[in-house]
Structure formats: structure tokens, C-alpha cells
Write a protein that binds this ligand. Structure first.
Ligand code: ADP
Ligand code: MG
Length: 625
């Protein structure tokens, strides 16, 4: 039997494992009683894993030999080249632990006395350690693979996500989902459950070595539906920003320099001991006004006020990233600000973040645990414990956009297996239309109003006649179910895009109801869709005939003009009636009226072509030398 799927926060500094069962989400503790496992691995001389977590940190402090076999901060190197890692700063940031060398293919590798280990192998050791104690407590060690939902920063690219999966595989763990840390944090806070209005959330995650700010928009599931008490609404990432070189470690270094200005030249053991003492003092200063840092037999006093001063430039950098993310999101009012990551325990961090976003920060959940808890909620959904939120390996309902007149154009069909991708061309229906609204929908019905609205974005293009802009819309659903919609106007290269997780907030019951409805209404829906298309096409025809008649109609015999006029009036009547009520018109009659105008206006077409040729001739003659 399979054990439960666990949620793992694989952090740069600390990692955690959590599980969500009947009692709700909770973090699991190792034999030492700690939930936080330092992301530190000590290898034996032959390269086998000797200690992970607290044990590895304790031994690393003892002597140079142990230090040379201890690796920390390996998350920074996951899925990256040696060049990228070196730019990021080895040495200090890595606390001198684990010598990084080229593995021969430009990838970083940790050099031990008698072995080399890749960042994936180090991460695998941490994942295995977490899984071991989770399985010991939860059972299910026998048959079946260990399964986990693992979180990664929102800025992780494909290579970094893949390296995370590889690390899990090396650890004998199936990574059933890789999810973004801010999404997990929002899930842990139960955001979207209350029902009611849409909220804009800022997730401020300041860890040991990285800062990540994400602005999410969460739309709770519709009231009254099966999803009334869902844990997840609809999550839409409006923007992300951050700094991969900003975290609590920098503060430890600043403190170390304050105590010992030549700290960076200390032998590795002393440097390590000093940093450790600084970290401890920093933690105390989150609650106390002053603390001491013992170093080389001297107690160095430091006040919370001085720490806040030392931290000021560092806090400014975090706020600058917040400003980037906030302005990218269009400077929306922030309803909630979630504090994530151990460094948000520092009061000056909370104050600065709260002041910037103009909202009291949420600190109800332990900032160290919040990501792992959210991952475990996602895991519970996947293992079927939580059937109130739907997550499948197929697209449960068709995805597409609203077209002019309110029809639903499906780009990705229901039950397509993910990942999947589709694109289609669209244009405008009105002359000079500059703003092209993209309304992303989900559902099986033919009309936009009967589908579920997922997201909206807008493309602003230069003024062009109706039908001229060529907007290529591409839908991509990645392996985690994240839908990215991109639109590009081909002539101008103007782009817009939006991301959304379509399955959030959808219950199985809702999906079934939507399927049933689509079958029930199939015939009516098809008819209405056809009427909507007729409205759009007939309107374009009418507009063209009108302007062409005005241009060249003067030479037409009166009776031809009268026939055209009569056909146009008849067609306009159909359009008006259909606009008032889609069901009030017979699409076949509507279609015949459109054909009648097409036939009647043949002479206008011919004249117009002749006229165009003449215009061309005049122009050519006019411009010839
Ligand atoms: P990561 O996500 O990078 O693994 P964490 O969220 O575990 O990191 O945060 C680790 C950082 O939080 C470390 O720099 C640690 O010193 C800092 N931290 C933990 N507790 C406190 C505290 N009480 N006050 C200030 N900083 C803290
Ligand atoms: Mg973290």
C-alpha cells in the first residue's frame, strides 16, 4: 500500500516535510524533535552520506576535515552551470562549506577528499532524510514508491525544476508535483476558502539566502457550489520578483563584520563558528533588545537597534524588489501580505513590508513552516484525501477564449493530457479597435456566459480596420496544470499574457455538472454559437457594403442600389433581433439573409475592384518621376 503523499519544502537553508490528514496539515519532526532540517549534508571520505541536518551542522563545526566534507546551500546550484553558481558567490554565501569544482561538463560539483557529489545528489540526501522520518511515522514504507509534492521558488526555470525532480528520483521519491512556494503559502493560509470577493495577496518570502516576492490574485470558488468551503480559490500569479542573493545569511555576514572587521579572512572553522554565533544572536534579537555574540573568548554586545541599522540596506533591496513586483502587477491594492521564511521573524522586516504594502502582515502561521504545510495540502488533494479541490493529470474542462459576440472558442479540449499546447489566430470585429480583450474561459458550453471565467488580459494595438490585426493566441498547460496564455499581434509584435491554474477551486461535482450541462444544452448551444458567428460576419459584411456603396455606388443603376438597400435592411433586422435575443432568430433564415446581401452586392464588389485598380494607377502615375 502507498503511504500518504507528503509535502516537502526543500529550502536553501532549511528543509521540512509535512503531511495533511484528517487532523489537517502538520509538519513532521525527526528523532531529535526538530521540524526544520538544515539543508546541510556531511559525506564520509568515500562519498557516502554520513549525516544530514542538525547532525551535519554540529559535526561541521568541529574540524577542518569535517568541513571539507560538508555541503550547504546546494539549492543554489541545482540545475545551474558552474559559471552561474560562481557569479552568485561561492565562498561566503556557501559559508566555505563544500569546495565547488567543474564536473567536466561545466556543471558544479562538490569536491570531497575522495569523491565528488553533484548538487542533485546533495539535494537527494536531504529529500531521503526527510522521507525516512516521514515514513517511519506514517507507515507505508513497504511496497509502492514514496511520493511527495516538492516546492520551488517561483523564479526557478525549467532546468532548476527538472534538477529538483532528478534529485527526488535519486532519492527514490516520485515528485508528483513541483509547485511554487508562494502558491503553497497561500494554500496554507486557506486563502480562497472564505468565499466572497477576490483578494490580492502579496507573498513576502525572505529565507536564508534568497528573497522572493509574488503578487497573486485569488478568486474564491462560486458561492453555493460544491466548492463553498474549498481551501483553494483560483490562484493567478500577477507578478513575481526577487533577489537570489538576499537573505538572512547576508545579515549574519554583516554582523560578523561588525564583530570582526577581517571576518572574511578568518580560517574556515573560525569563520563558521563566528557566523553560527551571529545567527543565534540575530534570532534572539527578534524578541530581545540586545544580545551578545561570543567570539574568541570575548562577548560582543549588539542591540536590536544596531542590527536594524546594519540591516537597513538589505531591507531596502527587498523593498525595491517589492516595488518592481507591485508595479508589474499594475499597483493593485494589497488585501493580504503573507510573511514567509525565517527572516521575516525580524521585526524590522515585518514593519518595512507592512509599511510598503500598506497592510498589516499575516504572521499567524510559523513562517518557517508555511510552505511545507501548503505543499502537504496539495499532496492531500492529489492522494484523494481532499476531494473538494480538483487536480488531475488531464485538463478537466476545455480551455479557450471569448470571441466577439460572446461565443466560446475552445483551444484546448477537455481531457487533453498535460502538458499540452495549442494556438489559434483571432482578429478584431470593429474598425479602429485598439484594445483587444482576452477573456480566458473554461467549460464545455458554447457561450462565454455559460462558462467559468478564469482570467482576463488586454492587448493594445495601433488603430487598424476590422479584421486586419492578426492576434495569435497560444495556450500552454504545463505538467503542474499551470495555464499560460500568450497573445501576440503579428504585425506589430505587441504581446500580452496571463497565467492561471484552472483546476483550483473546482470540485469533481462541479466538473461533472458542467459536463452534464453541456450534453443537455448541446443542441441549443450549437445554434446560439452559430447565431453569434452570423452576427459577427454579417456586421462585417454590412459595414463593407455600406462603405463600398458610398465610394462607388453612384454609377450603379437605381434598381441595383434598391435591391442592395433592401437586403441590407433585412439583414440588419436579423442582427438586431439576434443581438436582443439569440434564441429569437432562426439561424437558417439569418444565414439566407446574409447570402441575399452577398448576392445583391456582387456589382458593388466588381465596381470596387475596378475603382481600386484605377486608384492604384493614379497613385503610380502620380508618384512616377
Ligand atoms: P530558506 O527558505 O532559505 O531555506 P528559511 O525560511 O528556513 O530559509 O529561513 C532561514 C533564515 O531565517 C536564516 O537566515 C535564519 O537565520 C533566519 N531566521 C530564523 N529564525 C529567525 C529569527 N527568529 N529571527 C531572525 N531571523 C531568523
Ligand atoms: Mg523557504
Amino acid at each position: 500500500m502507498h503511504g500518504p503523499i507528503v509535502g516537502i519544502d526543500l529550502g536553501t537553508t532549511n528543509s521540512l516535510v509535512a503531511v495533511c490528514d484528517e487532523r489537517g496539515p502538520r509538519v513532521l519532526r525527526d528523532a531529535r524533535g526538530g521540524a526544520l532540517v538544515p539543508s546541510v549534508v556531511r559525506f564520509s571520505a568515500d562519498g557516502s552520506v554520513e549525516e544530514v541536518g542538525v547532525g551535519a551542522v554540529a559535526l561541521a563545526a568541529q574540524d577542518r576535515e569535517f568541513l571539507a566534507r560538508t555541503v550547504s546551500g546546494s539549492k543554489r546550484a541545482l540545475g545551474r552551470s558552474l559559471a552561474e553558481v560562481s557569479v552568485d558567490g561561492g565562498g561566503w554565501a556557501l559559508r566555505g562549506m563544500g569546495q565547488v569544482v567543474d564536473d567536466g561538463r561545466g556543471r558544479p560539483s562538490y569536491e570531497m577528499p575522495h569523491a565528488r557529489r553533484s548538487p542533485e545528489q546533495v539535494a537527494a540526501a536531504i529529500l531521503r532524510h526527510l522521507m525516512d522520518f516521514a515514513q517511519a511515522q506514517l507507515g507505508g514504507t513497504g511496497e509502492g514508491t514514496a511520493r511527495a509534492v516538492i516546492t520551488v521558488p517561483a523564479y526557478f526555470d525549467d532546468a532548476q525544476r527538472q534538477a529538483t525532480r532528478d534529485a527526488a528520483r535519486l532519492a527514490g521519491i516520485e515528485a508528483v508535483r513541483i509547485i511554487n512556494e508562494p502558491t503553497a503559502a497561500a494554500l496554507a493560509y486557506g486563502i480562497g476558502r472564505e468565499g466572497g470577493s477576490t483578494e490580492t495577496i502579496a507573498v513576502f518570502d525572505l529565507g536564508g539566502g534568497t528573497f522572493d516576492i509574488s503578487i497573486l490574485q485569488v478568486t474564491p470558488p462560486a458561492k453555493g457550489g460544491a466548492g463553498a468551503d474549498l481551501d483553494a480559490g483560483l490562484f493567478r500569479v500577477l507578478s513575481t520578483a526577487g533577489d537570489t542573493q538576499l537573505g538572512g545569511d547576508d545579515l549574519d555576514i554583516a554582523m560578523a563584520r561588525e564583530v570582526c572587521p577581517g571576518a572574511h579572512d578568518l580560517p574556515p572553522e573560525d569563520r563558521h563558528a563566528l557566523l553560527l554565533a551571529c545567527t543565534r544572536a540575530k534570532h534572539r534579537l527578534s524578541d530581545a533588545a540586545s544580545a551578545t555574540i561570543p567570539f574568541r573568548g570575548v562577548e560582543h554586545a549588539l542591540t536590536a537597534a544596531r542590527l536594524a541599522e546594519l540591516a537597513a540596506p538589505w531591507v531596502s533591496r527587498a523593498i525595491a524588489a517589492c516595488d518592481r513586483a507591485w508595479s508589474d502587477a499594475g499597483r493593485p491594492a494589497i488585501d493580504r501580505l503573507l510573511m514567509v521564511g525565517g527572516s521575516t521573524r525580524s521585526p524590522f522586516v515585518r514593519v518595512a513590508a507592512g509599511a510598503f504594502f500598506g497592510v498589516e502582515p499575516s504572521t499567524a502561521l510559523d513562517p518557517d513552516q508555511v510552505v511545507a504545510l501548503g505543499a502537504s495540502i496539495q499532496a492531500a488533494v492529489l492522494s484523494g484525501r481532499r476531494t473538494d479541490i480538483l487536480l488531475l493529470d488531464v485538463v478537466p474542462l476545455s480551455l479557450g477564449i471569448e470571441t466577439a459576440g460572446g461565443a466560446f472558442a475552445k483551444l484546448i479540449m477537455r481531457n487533453s493530457t498535460i502538458p499540452t499546447r495549442a494556438s489559434e489566430m483571432f482578429s478584431t470585429g470593429v474598425d479602429g479597435q485598439r484594445r483587444i480583450a482576452l477573456h480566458v474561459l473554461q467549460g464545455e458550453r458554447e457561450l462565454a456566459r455559460d462558462c467559468r471565467s478564469l482570467a482576463q488580459c488586454e492587448l493594445t494595438v495601433p488603430s487598424m480596420p476590422a479584421g486586419i490585426p492578426q492576434v495569435e493566441v497560444t495556450f500552454t498547460v504545463d505538467a503542474s496544470g499551470l495555464l499560460s496564455v500568450h497573445a501576440m499581434e503579428r504585425r506589430t509584435g505587441i504581446r500580452a499574457g496571463v497565467q492561471v491554474i484552472p483546476s483550483y477551486g473546482l470540485s469533481r461535482d462541479e466538473v461533472e455538472a458542467m459536463e452534464r450541462d453541456s450534453i443537455l444544452h448541446a443542441r441549443d448551444d450549437m445554434r446560439r454559437h452559430r447565431v453569434i458567428d452570423l452576427i459577427a460576419n454579417a456586421s462585417l459584411d454590412l459595414r463593407w457594403v455600406e462603405s463600398a456603396t458610398a465610394r462607388v455606388g453612384g454609377t450603379l443603376p437605381a434598381h441595383v442600389r434598391e435591391t442592395i438597400q433592401a437586403a441590407a435592411v433585412a439583414l440588419q433586422a436579423h442582427i438586431d433581433a439576434a443581438r436582443a435575443d439569440l434564441d429569437a432568430v432562426d439561424p437558417d433564415e439569418f444565414f439566407r439573409a446574409k447570402e441575399a446581401l452577398d448576392r445583391a452586392s456582387v456589382p458593388v464588389h466588381e465596381l470596387s475592384i475596378v475603382q481600386s485598380l484605377k486608384d492604384l494607377e493614379v497613385q503610380t502615375r502620380g508618384t512616377a518621376p
